[in-house]
Ligand binder design. Structure first.
Ligand SMILES: [Zn+2]
Length: 276
């Protein structure tokens, strides 16, 4: 994997159309390097479109990832759990046709369980999902995301721990890590997070990162909503300085409401940091 790529969560706002093909073209025109396909309200992309997406992304050298539907709870019961499995498998199947290397997943909710019990159940589900993926020849990494509320599975420890399941890696949403506790918003803390990743996954972990960033509003209950970078208290300049200091590689997906504007801002700040 070469360098750190910046891109948008879905099709940039100012694209010719709001479909994924227009999005990939726009990402390329803007000089960005990657895009996340947003299957967040369901996997609606057909195989034919997925093939076209894959061909175009390859031609323009745009790296792709997929965000699985929001309605997933691997700590749920019965139907909820089965549907969650199906949504992840469908995301992986279509993502694979697109040539995406990762599927980002919100794993679920802690509910009335202990965090430990939720962890064990989600782990068991992920093992079974990965087995099914292997049987279907779906060679695509599941990325469990760090979440913005404590009621959700996905603090840093959980997201790093769950990589014990083969084929599972983290998606580090730094804005969520900040919103969940109000902490994680300084050079020192960003460096600690990256060191934690290196301790758990080795240098290979820092060479293959998947990151989400946006401005964020939060309360003592955690995340409220995404905002533009300059409107929020999130210290994105310090964050990209840490990216540069640790020489991390992979994908940074911007989830601000003004998608491409802030993606370009992050990249510009990152390049400034690298020159220092
Ligand atoms: Zn997400």
């Amino acid at each position: 994997m070469d360098g750190l790529l910046f891109g948008t969560a879905g099709t940039p706002i100012r694209s010719n159309g709001n479909d994924s093909l227009s999005g990939i073209r726009r990402v390329n025109e803007l000089g960005l390097g990657c895009m996340e396909l947003e299957f967040v309200r369901g996997v609606k992309m057909g195989e034919e479109t997925a093939q076209k997406v894959g061909v175009l992304a390859k031609k323009l050298d745009i790296r792709l990832s997929v965000h699985a539907p929001y309605y997933i709870n691997l700590n749920g019961e019965g139907e909820i759990r089965l549907k969650s499995r199906e949504r992840i498998l469908n995301s992986a199947r279509v993502g694979n046709i697109c040539g995406a290397k990762s599927v980002v997943v919100h794993a679920g909710f802690i509910q009335n369980d202990s965090r430990k019990a939720a962890y064990e159940k989600i782990k068991k589900e992920l093992i079974e999902i990965k087995e099914q993926m292997n049987r279907q020849g779906l060679n695509i990494t599941l990325r469990i995301e760090t979440m913005g509320r404590n009621s959700q599975f996905g603090n840093l420890e959980e997201v790093l721990g769950i990589t014990e399941v083969a084929g599972v890696l983290p998606c580090i949403d730094f804005s969520h890590l900040h919103a969940a506790t109000g902490k994680n918003n300084s050079m020192e803390e960003f460096a600690d997070i990256l060191k934690g990743i290196e301790n758990k996954l080795g240098r290979e972990g820092l060479n293959n990162m998947h990151i989400h960033v946006s401005g964020i509003e939060y309360s003592d209950k955690g995340e409220k909503r995404h905002m533009e970078l300059e409107e929020s208290d999130f210290k994105f300049r310090e964050l990209v300085q840490a990216f540069s200091d640790f020489d991390i590689k992979g994908m940074v997906i911007c989830e601000s409401p003004n998608l491409e504007f802030d993606a370009l801002k992050l990249r510009t700040e990152y390049e400034k940091a690298k020159r220092h």
